[in-house]
Design a protein around this ligand. Structure first.
Ligand code: ATP
Ligand code: MN
Length: 457
């Protein structure tokens, strides 16, 4: 159907006097003796177009006036009778789809919890339409950021046989029927589709390294899968993962990219979604704009893990999980560091090797690895990254310490055998970023159909 977007014709004076067609859903209807008014939205912005119906001039199906009904209107754009912008004098109003009275999105504000039970309809609300317009703009900005800096966009496999990284967190991929009578695990997988145990990838990093150590700078932007049994407001079983990998880079280079990228993305969202961010500032997180402006213009803090633990130990009374050197930081610790101590985003760097992955570069102290997590107020970890171990012998030692099956990593080790280079990268959880820029507090509210424990609607 040829038609125009409401966001375009609403403000532009060039449309005044023109005959146009718009399509949308009914938000409100007001009736009087001679004229009636419909307000339509079409998802292209918050704005609604007022359609003026001269009841002497046109007739229409009363179903066109119900909340939620979809209609097409042909009419002439005129300057709004009251207020700014344009409205439409209808010549023809056509019903596309009627909407019965039990439409669950009613005018009164409904709760996010309720809307989560109708993921297929919640985008008809202002809040969710705004979230997903921001999501689209942010995704485009990610590609733009990397393209402008000559990072090549890679698509790494989603099905993988390497099961170490996400041990326990990996979803299995199988074609076996639910009933099998195999004597051993090995026999079970031998007859399975791939002939070995396979699963859904928890990260594209290992394959990203393959590409970076040939093309220089690459990034991936795709789904990662984690069967984490944690029912938190920050974890999904399926999330979108932005993972740049950079050759000829050490940890400080990785931090620089992470900080610059995050600021670029925030700036893009502020510039390209001003209405949406204003909306979130008013209705979701008071002070959001100020927060984002502040982050986009101030330097991120950097804190050694060892220093962070010293700070946290002094406050151990306030935490559910007390801290000591060697332990992983919980969200409560992360949030304390970024919200109370630094009052801005902070990179915690150089973690104990025992709590981080085998591939991270081993520091000279023999105790820590060159890892960096970026913590932000309100969320905790938003980025996890590291310099990778480029020395084959050290990498082998780390793998042996963890009892890993070296034969499964021949290709990964080859990257260290043939022209190894210092390199590193990080992973940004796209939904965590969206929570941060919209102020939405539950990760389930920034992805179309959230997948989490016992939830696959
Ligand atoms: P966390 O400690 O918060 O569970 P992680 O350390 O397991 O995260 P990484 O393996 O470092 O996460 O992954 C990189 C980034 O991917 C994280 O910083 C986060 O933004 C995002 N991320 C990780 N797991 C999830 C998940 N289950 N749902 C959504 N985003 C996630
Ligand atoms: Mn992490």
């Amino acid at each position: 159907m040829k038609h125009l977007d409401i966001c375009d014709i609403l403000k532009d004076p060039a449309y005044v006097g023109k005959e146009v067609v718009v399509c949308g859903w009914v938000k409100t209807f007001r009736d009087s003796a001679k004229v009636a008014f419909l307000e339509l939205f079409d998802g292209t912005s918050f704005a609604r177009l007022q359609v003026v119906l001269d009841k002497d001039a046109i007739s229409f199906d009363p179903e066109c006036t119900r909340l939620g009904a979809s209609v097409a209107v042909k009419g002439v754009v005129v300057k709004a009778f009251k207020g700014e912008g344009n409205e439409l004098n209808a010549q023809q109003l056509t019903l596309l789809g009627k909407c019965p009275g039990d439409f669950p999105i009613q005018k009164k504000r409904t709760t996010l919890e309720f809307l989560r039970t109708i993921p297929h309809l919640r985008l008809r609300t202002n809040t969710f339409a705004a979230v997903f317009r921001v999501r689209s703009v942010a995704a485009q900005a990610i590609h733009r950021y990397f393209a402008e800096r000559r990072y090549y966009y890679m698509n790494t496999p989603l099905i993988t046989a390497s099961d170490c990284e996400g041990a326990g967190e990996m979803f299995r991929v199988t074609t076996h029927p639910w009933k099998t009578d195999c004597k051993s695990e090995e026999e079970y997988y031998k007859n399975d589709f791939f002939g070995v145990k396979a699963g859904l990838s928890v990260s594209g990093q290992l394959e990203g390294e393959v590409a970076a150590t040939a093309l220089g700078r690459i990034y991936t932007f795709g789904p990662s899968f984690r069967a984490e049994n944690s029912n938190t407001t920050r974890h999904l079983a399926e999330f979108w993962h932005v993972e740049p990998e950079i050759a000829f880079a050490e940890l400080p280079d990785v931090l620089e990219v992470a900080e610059e990228m995050l600021k670029y993305l925030i700036r893009a969202v502020l510039n390209e979604c001003p209405e949406e961010i204003k909306f979130f500032d008013s209705f979701v997180e008071k002070g959001l704009i100020e927060k984002l402006e502040h982050v986009a213009t101030s330097d991120f803090a950097v804190l050694e893990y060892t220093e962070a633990v010293k700070i946290l130990e002094k406050e151990n009374k306030r935490f559910e999980f007390p801290v000591s050197w060697g332990c992983d930081l919980q969200t409560e610790h992360e949030r304390y560091l970024t919200e109370e101590v630094c009052k801005r985003p902070v990179f915690v760097i150089n973690y104990p090797k025992g709590i981080k992955s085998f591939y991270m570069k081993q520091n000279a102290d023999g105790k820590t690895v060159a890892a960096a997590d970026l913590l932000v107020p309100g969320i905790g970890e938003i980025i996890g990254g590291s310099e990778r171990e480029a020395d084959k012998e050290k990498l082998l030692a780390a793998m042996r310490e963890r009892g890993m099956d070296l034969s499964a990593y021949k290709q990964y080790l080859d990257l260290r055998t043939f022209g190894t280079v210092p390199h590193g990268g990080f992973g940004l959880g796209f939904e965590r970023f969206l929570m941060y820029v919209t102020g939405m507090e539950n990760i389930r509210d920034v992805i179309l159909f959230p997948r989490s424990v016992k939830n696959i609607m």
